[in-house]
Design a protein. Structure first.
Length: 257
């Protein structure tokens, strides 16, 4: 499968400099390829996930950075089919409520497949631990950094899963208080994700919400600024624009033949 990035902007293409990172060129290229080909998957085969692989993925998640080294992530592995069915029904109800909240796009929401709770080989619930208020380092003005840390753990797991050839989907169609109560979480425990993980027939060529026409990936130059909000950052411009701006005769290119 080809990367989403154009060849002349793909960090994994031949010629990229490892820059003394300690990683071989093919290892560096593999990291960028995994990032580019990660997908939020909703279609799964029911084949079981090798327990040794699942253990590796959880170890990868647990190696994520965390503010103040608080390690706020907690993973609950759901193995009871009855619990899966309850979670699936709850997610379906939430999708209906989300459709209603989306107004004129309600029909589009109803048509989307947003989870694979029944089909995926593994189902994980990720929650923030209780007692988080005692962690102050790095959180005095930004208490939500525990959530950011847990999101880093999920991303680690996601990328490791893609490298192992497994798909993963992050489901947020649930009421956190309902789910915390259903899974007997302690007071203060707060669920943030239901992760569908497992084997897939194929990875989507593009993000599914792009192919479904829900939205598209925004240009990098619209999202990266320099020195002040909204000021263009030259590094984020497309290659052809950067090269054109760098020519002595400017963007017109009048001196090129």
């Amino acid at each position: 499968m080809q990367s989403e990035l154009p060849a002349n902007e793909n960090p994994s293409c031949p010629g990229a400099d490892a820059g003394g990172s300690g990683f071989a060129q093919d290892e560096l290229a593999a990291v960028y390829r995994v990032i580019a080909e990660r997908r939020d998957m909703r279609h799964f085969r029911p084949d079981p996930v090798d327990p040794a692989v699942l253990r590796r993925l959880l170890e990868a998640a647990h190696r994520a950075p965390s503010v103040g080294y608080m390690q706020p992530w907690r993973f609950l592995r759901i193995t009871d089919p009855a619990v899966r069915e309850v979670l699936h029904a709850h997610a379906a109800d939430e999708q209906a409520r989300t459709a209603e909240a989306c107004g004129e796009r309600a029909a589009d929401v109803h048509r989307l497949k947003l989870e694979g709770i029944r089909e995926a080989g593994e189902l994980l619930v990720v929650a923030l631990t209780d007692g988080r208020e005692r962690y102050v380092l790095g959180r005095r003005t930004l208490p939500e950094m525990d959530l950011c840390s847990a999101a880093c753990a999920i991303q680690n797991l996601w990328l490791a899963a893609r490298a192992e050839g497994l798909g993963m989907g992050w489901v947020s169609l649930f009421d956190p208080d309902w789910l915390a109560n259903r899974l007997d979480m302690p007071e203060g425990g707060y669920p943030i994700a239901v992760l569908c993980l497992g084997h897939v027939e194929r990875f989507y060529d593009r993000p599914m919400l792009e192919t479904a026409g829900w939205d598209s990936r925004r240009p990098l130059e619209d999202l990266v600024f320099q020195d002040r909000w909204g000021a263009p950052c030259e590094l984020a411009l497309p290659t052809v624009v950067r090269e054109s701006a760098a020519r002595p005769d400017g963007p017109s290119g009048g001196g090129d033949t």
